[in-house]
Structures are given as structure tokens and as C-alpha cells.
Ligand binder design. Structure first.
Ligand code: C2E
Ligand code: MG
Ligand code: MG
Ligand code: MG
Length: 285
């Protein structure tokens, strides 16, 4: 950001960038105490079946209620937590809360189809040797079956992953935990590479959904999504789409064969009671 190319007058400090750096530093040092003080909370966004519109589960999205800055989204602090390693205890906390929440939903929705929970995993958590045991313990403590859980890992985290990195994911998959490839289509991964990964769900990145804004959508984008869906299905992978904001997008993606959807069109991320209401309305008609 030091714009020295144009001469001295561009070497002045950028006060906004400095303020951002100071905030970043402040947030980083405040993170550990924030976890102890219970300043993090989780919002849940429903995952909806495109065929029948029923709520099938939710993705857990962490937020930080900062005493001075108010509610901060994960993009503001997850990278900092990854940098300092706090992501491991924070991620464990998110997993524990989310799995407990899933048990409560499942108890209250007997007969309406068991609701499932999706939890994001950062690359640091993948590298952490305790991942498998922590997950097993959390599921056992909550009395939740592994197949109620889906762990989301970004495509970029798995690009070029060697077998050591994939081993814990494979173990989890063998136990029945679903692994989803998040933000799929942004990471330039080799499609043939998918066979090697222990994933059972592709989460198509929001950029594809955005290109479905018009109805009918751009024919080239349609072909690309159609191709991804057919490849995914031929490998027995389910396809979830994120960022659905309009009915037209939902309809187009349903026609293209996507299985589940998530987005503001259905519901914004919200408190756990909200998901309960949505699923209940859905179950009773
Ligand atoms: P993601 O996993 O791809 O999550 C989807 C993001 O899209 C969420 O942003 C969600 O609020 C947003 N979103 C959902 N529907 C719509 C829509 O219709 N339109 C638009 N424009 N956006 C929509 P959020 O909550 O800010 O989370 C951002 C990212 O932070 C997540 O992306 C995920 O990578 C990460 N993240 C969130 N919670 C956790 C966590 O507990 N652990 C880790 N490691 N990462 C997390
Ligand atoms: Mg995700
Ligand atoms: Mg995503
Ligand atoms: Mg995304």
C-alpha cells in the first residue's frame, strides 16, 4: 500500500489502512478472552430441499458480539483466529454447540425428517491431530449420530492435499460424517481429482447462483452448472447451492438438478429458534 511509484507525495501513510491494521491487532489480541467470556454466538441458516421445499438442516455460521465493535462476521475474525491458532478451540466450540443444537432440533422434530447440521472447518483444524477424536467425543457427548453431521471444507483447502491431510477426513467419512466441498468451482481444482477426495456433497459457490439471476440464465453458465451437477451425481455426490436470493434462481437451479439450496430467498442466518419455526411450519404444511 506504500504508493511510492508516483513520487514522494504518495508516500503519506494511508490512515484508513492504519486504522484497519490497529483494529486487526486489537481483535487478534482480544480473541482468546472473547472465547472465555462467551462473546461468540452461532447463527443457523436453513438448507432447503429444492424438490419439495422442505427444511433439511442448517449451516452453523459463527459471529462475535464484540463489546466495542458490535456484531462481527466471520470474515473479520476467522482469518485472525487461523493465524494465531485460536481457530482450533474456537472451531471445537462451534462444533460442540452446533451438534447439541442439532440434537435439540431432532428431538423436537420427531417424524418430520431428521434435521442435519453443517459446520465449517478451516484448514488449520484439518491439520490438528485431535480432529477425529474431538469430533467423535462431541457426537457421543451429545448423543448425535455421525450421519447428522456434515463438515464443510473449502475446495482450496483440499487442492493438492496429500494423503496425510485426507486421512482424518477419510476416517470421519467412514464413520458416516458427510464431508462437503465448500465454495466449489472457485478453486480451479481438477474435476477428476474429486474421486480421490472423501467428499459426499458439493457446495456450488455463490458466483454460479448469481449468474442464474436472469431467467433464462446465460446459456454458457447453464451448461457449466449442468455439467457439474451431472458429474457430481455420476460420482454419487449431492449438490447444494449457496447464495440463492430469488425464486428465479431457485427454479433455475432446481431444473438443473441441484439437490439442496441455501440463501436469503429462504432465510437469512438466524437464531436456532428460527430454524425450529421454519422446520415446524414445513412439517405441518
Ligand atoms: P460459507 O461457508 O461459504 O458460508 C456462506 C456465507 O454466505 C455466509 O456468510 C452466509 O451468511 C452467506 N450467505 C448465505 N446466503 C446468502 C445469500 O443469499 N446471499 C449472500 N450474498 N450471502 C449469503 P458469513 O456468515 O459471513 O460467513 C462467511 C464465511 O466464514 C463462511 O463462508 C465460512 O467460510 C466462514 N465461517 C463461518 N462460520 C465459520 C466457522 O464456524 N468456522 C470456520 N472455520 N469458518 C466459518
Ligand atoms: Mg460453508
Ligand atoms: Mg460456502
Ligand atoms: Mg461461500
Amino acid at each position: 500500500r506504500a504508493k511510492s511509484a508516483g513520487g514522494n507525495r504518495f508516500e503519506l501513510a494511508d490512515p484508513e489502512a492504519d486504522a484497519r491494521a490497529i483494529t486487526r491487532h486489537g481483535l487478534t489480541t482480544a480473541l482468546p478472552a472473547a472465547l472465555d467470556r462467551g462473546e461468540f454466538f452461532i447463527e443457523y441458516q436453513p438448507l432447503v430441499h429444492l424438490g419439495d421445499g422442505s427444511v433439511r438442516g442448517a449451516e452453523a455460521l459463527v459471529r462475535w458480539l464484540h463489546p466495542q465493535h458490535g456484531v462481527l462476521g466471520p470474515d473479520r475474525f476467522i482469518p485472525l483466529a487461523e493465524h494465531t491458532g485460536l481457530i482450533v478451540p474456537l472451531g471445537r466450540w462451534v462444533l460442540e454447540q452446533s451438534v447439541r443444537q442439532a440434537r435439540e432440533w431432532r428431538e423436537r422434530h420427531d417424524g418430520a425428517g431428521p434435521l442435519r447440521i453443517n459446520v465449517n472447518l478451516s484448514p488449520c483444524q484439518l491439520n490438528h491431530p485431535g480432529l477425529v477424536q474431538d469430533t467423535v467425543d462431541i457426537l457421543e457427548r451429545a448423543g448425535v449420530a455421525p450421519d447428522a453431521l456434515c463438515l464443510e471444507v473449502t475446495e482450496s483447502a483440499l487442492i493438492g492435499a496429500d494423503d496425510d491431510l485426507l486421512k482424518p477426513l477419510r476416517r470421519l467419512a467412514e464413520m458416516g460424517v458427510d464431508i462437503a466441498l465448500d465454495d466449489f468451482g472457485t478453486g480451479y481444482s481438477n474435476l477428476a481429482n474429486l474421486r480421490r477426495l472423501p467428499v459426499s456433497v458439493l457446495k456450488l459457490d455463490r458466483s454460479f447462483t448469481q449468474s442464474m439471476q436472469q431467467f433464462p440464465a446465460d446459456p454458457v453458465d447453464l451448461k457449466i452448472v449442468e455439467g457439474i451437477v451431472s458429474l457430481a451425481h455420476s460420482l454419487s455426490l449431492a449438490v447444494t447451492v449457496e447464495g440463492v436470493e430469488t425464486g428465479a434462481q431457485a427454479e433455475q437451479l432446481r431444473i438443473l438438478g441441484c439437490d439442496t439450496a441455501q440463501g436469503w430467498y429462504y432465510a437469512r442466518p438466524g437464531p436456532p429458534e428460527r430454524l425450529h419455526e421454519l422446520a415446524l411450519v414445513d412439517a405441518t404444511g
